[in-house]
Write a protein that binds this ligand. Structure first.
Ligand SMILES: [Zn+2]
Length: 119
């Protein structure tokens, strides 16, 4: 992923508890989901757990982006002390890029989630 490639869209769901492969279908109660170890979820459970997974992933991404911005600032300071202005400028540019991405992720977190439309 360091080349900027995006992950392919999944063909199937993974279990929010164990990460295992899941089967899904629909019966008279609506959509159902079950992993190979037996964890079962209704549509509402699956939606709630996936939402929580996305929230955790976004929070984790924001934390790492904040750490990377701090790292860039530290390296820029080191480049300043080493009297390497070109290197300092590159670290500051990268810090700015990382902070911009952190703002985008923070905005996604702040945006929250709309409730699914009533069926
Ligand atoms: Zn499972």
């Amino acid at each position: 992923m360091s080349d900027g490639a995006k992950p392919a869209r999944p063909f199937a769901y993974t279990c929010p508890i164990c990460g295992g492969a899941m089967q899904n279908g629909e019966d008279e109660r609506g959509p159902w989901f079950q992993c190979h170890t037996g964890h079962e979820f209704s549509a509402g459970d699956m939606d709630e757990r996936m939402t929580a997974m996305v929230d955790r992933a976004l929070s984790g991404a924001l934390r790492v982006l904040d750490e990377r911005a701090l790292l860039c600032a530290q390296f820029a300071d080191a480049a300043t002390r080493a009297e390497e202005p070109g290197l300092q400028a590159r670290w500051l540019d990268l810090q700015e890029e990382v902070e911009m991405k952190a703002q985008v992720v923070s905005g996604l977190i702040d945006r929250g989630w709309p409730a699914p439309a009533a069926g």
